[in-house]
Ligand binder design. Structure first.
Ligand SMILES: *Cc1c(COP(=O)(O)O)cnc(C)c1O
Length: 371
């Protein structure tokens, strides 16, 4: 059989592994931070109708500039942004890929702070951009000083922040972004995939955009909007950044069906985001309940919780799978990550974990008696 190594693949891709979150048919899926609430039937009907209209002219290429979608996204974001500030793609992963095609690439580097979203380094590899991993402070935070020190040491062409951070849930102070921006001539990207789950009153990196043409805020409809399967991500930045994206995007990269679906979904923003408060409540339940079971948690402003105190993460992951529950093992020693589900999913996860933890404690004490 032919293996990858037999092919004349790019040398810098040899030995790499693809993104690999397991896709299993499990009843309770709390492993990839999806919104586990389906979108409301009435909204789904409206989106279907919009797609049907788009289908009538699908013999033609779609609007290459997806103007109406950029208008809708600008309206959703507010902050006096207009369509000229907005770029969209098939998921924010594609946004980041196009971004690194334009601002990274061979001979250039991107700095990130580990542990962070695994796709950041994978997209760097795919675009031939050298990935530099810097360390965080206590509790996965990044102070302005820590960010500036890493930037001055490594002198990267691009800096990636993730706010709140995946997989830790950690918030990022705006002061860190401002200090990083001032410390370099590099492009600064803030991945705000989970920002809708942060406290609503707090300012996001969008507030820092005026006067900062090298700052880019990346967003997605995959999480809060419950639109992961539709593949819609976007960025807000200076119009010059969107011009850079035009140089590398494939023409017509956003299908007419995707554009129609996203515009229709954004027209129903309140209904689409209706479950966000409930998801935050379930996250807060996880933050309260996991420590009571002996698993200390890390502060989370997102729709998932990273918890520690796990003797054997792989074994616990597998044991939960036996109960038809999948969560995420990210290779962080003694830790696992779980997404906040619906109320009943979250209850089932917590109940199963309590049961398994009690079983393990019982078998340990039997082990001691036997020894
Ligand atoms: C889930 C996630 C995304 C979303 O990716 P899409 O391609 O938009 O589905 C982006 N960034 C982070 C940090 C994520 O966790």
């Amino acid at each position: 059989m032919t293996s990858l190594d037999d092919l004349p693949i790019r040398d810098d891709l040899r030995g790499l592994s693809p993104y690999g979150a397991p896709q299993k048919h499990v009843r309770i899926q709390l492993n990839v931070n999806e919104n586990t609430h389906p979108i409301p039937d009435a909204v789904a009907a409206g989106i279907s109708q919009a797609i049907a209209v788009a289908l009538a002219t699908v013999n033609r290429y779609p609007d290459r500039e997806f103007t109406e979608l950029r208008d809708s996204l600008a309206r959703y974001l507010g902050h006096r942004l207009t369509r000229d500030n907005i770029w969209a793609a098939n998921g924010s992963n594609e946004i980041l890929q196009q971004f690194l095609q334009a601002f990274g690439g061979p001979g250039r580097s991107v700095l990130g702070f580990r542990p962070t979203y695994s796709m950041h380094s994978i997209i760097a590899a795919g675009t031939g951009t050298r990935w530099i991993a810097a360390e965080r402070d206590e509790e996965y935070r990044i102070s302005p000083e820590t960010a500036v020190r890493a930037i001055e040491r490594e002198n990267p062409d691009v800096v990636f922040f993730c706010a709140p951070n995946n997989p830790t849930g950690t918030p990022l102070p705006l002061e860190t972004i401002e200090a990083a921006y001032d410390a370099t001539d590099a492009m600064i990207v803030v991945d705000e995939a989970y920002v809708e789950f942060a406290p609503a009153a707090l300012p996001t990196a969008l507030t820092l955009l005026p006067g900062r043409p090298r700052l880019v805020v990346s967003r997605t409809m995959s999480k809060a909007f419950a639109f992961a399967g539709a593949r819609v991500g976007y960025l807000a930045a200076d119009p010059a950044v969107t011009d850079a994206m035009r140089l590398v995007r494939l023409p017509y990269h956003l299908s007419a069906l995707t554009q129609a679906a996203a515009i229709a979904a954004l027209a129903h923003t309140p209904e689409m985001l209706a479950m966000v408060d409930d998801i935050k409540a379930q996250r807060d339940r996880l933050l309260d309940e996991l420590p009571k079971l002996g698993y200390p948690v890390h502060e989370s402003w997102s729709n998932f919780v990273l918890f520690g105190g796990v003797d054997d993460p792989h074994a616990l992951f597998e044991r939960l799978l036996e109960d038809d529950i999948i969560i995420r093992d990210l290779g962080i020693p003694n830790h696992l990550r779980v997404s906040a589900g619906t109320e009943s999913e979250t209850t089932e996860f917590l109940d199963a974990l309590a049961r398994i933890t009690a079983e393990q404690a019982a078998s340990r004490s039997i082990g001691r008696i036997g020894a």
